[in-house]
Ligand binder design. Sequence first.
Ligand SMILES: *Cc1c(COP(=O)(O)O)cnc(C)c1O
Length: 388
Amino acid sequence: MKKSLVLLPGPVPVAQPVLEAMAWPMINHRGVEFADLLARLERQMKPLFGTQADVLFLGSSGTGGLEAAVTNLFDPGDVLLSVPVGVFGKRLATIARTYGCEVEVLDTPLGASASAKALAERLAADSQRRIKGVLLTHNETSTGVQNEMSALADAVRAHGALSVVDSVSGLGAARFEMDAWGFDVVVTASQKAIAAPPGIAMVAVSERGWSAMERAKIARYYFNLPVAREFARKGQTPWTPPISVFYAVAVALERYHASGLDANFVRHATYARAIRAAFEALGFTIFSRSDAHSVTVVAAEPPSGVDATAFLKTLRETYGVVLSGGQGELTGKIVRFGTMGDIGINDLLGAIGAVELALADLGAASQRGAGVAAASAELATRVAAGAL
Ligand SMILES: *Cc1c(COP(=O)(O)O)cnc(C)c1O
């Protein structure tokens, strides 16, 4: 098989020691070794969430964590305000509707981040406090947009609604302060910025969130978070955990903390800046607005005359570089380049070089070398500062 470089916004490249941890022997999931492992993981995840609250580990992908947030906090008929900025925000609204919540949508143009002002105004108009919860996305993977969460948090706190935040593709790559911002349930997953394989969703719940969960009457079984908390306090999960993925996440988090939170934030932001610079130099149009760029995924429209699907196919089949296409209404219109996972400057520059070759194969007028030059100029300033 030809060596390939997978630069998706999840799942992401995983370092060899993390992969090898998946081959370790099984342990008793009701024994002391697993309890120690769970305690270590919870301790290591808290700084990423910016919380002292309980962090639960669920055997599922990120969507399971989001479903758990909805089915534990709310009841059928509850009025929720959803603030989607793309496909994943809409998915969270769909989950809530699926369980009978009445979901109002505060719309944002694609490519823009959510407006804190619009959210504050909508919530201020809810003088009867009918809105029980607000559904937010930290980083919208489908459009390459990152929301300013502290501003959105201010708007929600002023109203008092419960809040759910999808930070599946944000947590660990950009600062998140769950406690300081006052969010109630925050969800992430193993296969994004933590750089582990898929299989575990992590869910942090505030004290206010726990109180609401004790009161909620909606049906839930596998994802019963109060039950998961009781088990977590004994060092267990209610059901058999994906033990191998737990091993991998433990190694991935050790590696993450060996460089530290700030270095991880700087690396993702710098890589995203380098990719945007390369894309712009090659004639792509960055899809996210200039005040809304994500640090974990760059979404861009190809140069005019270049078909996004054909470009991705050439890039993959001829050069072994796998980027994502668009989702939903952006299918066939954009390409998405992820910055998460075990990738280095060499991978980035190699991928950008391959992008140049694929563009040339498709007859684009882009100047070969311009992308690598623009990206390396961005990277060099950080390398010189000792930050990469
Ligand atoms: C990846 C992702 C998810 C979760 O997807 P799963 O496939 O269920 O892990 C949710 N939200 C966002 C923003 C994501 O990027």
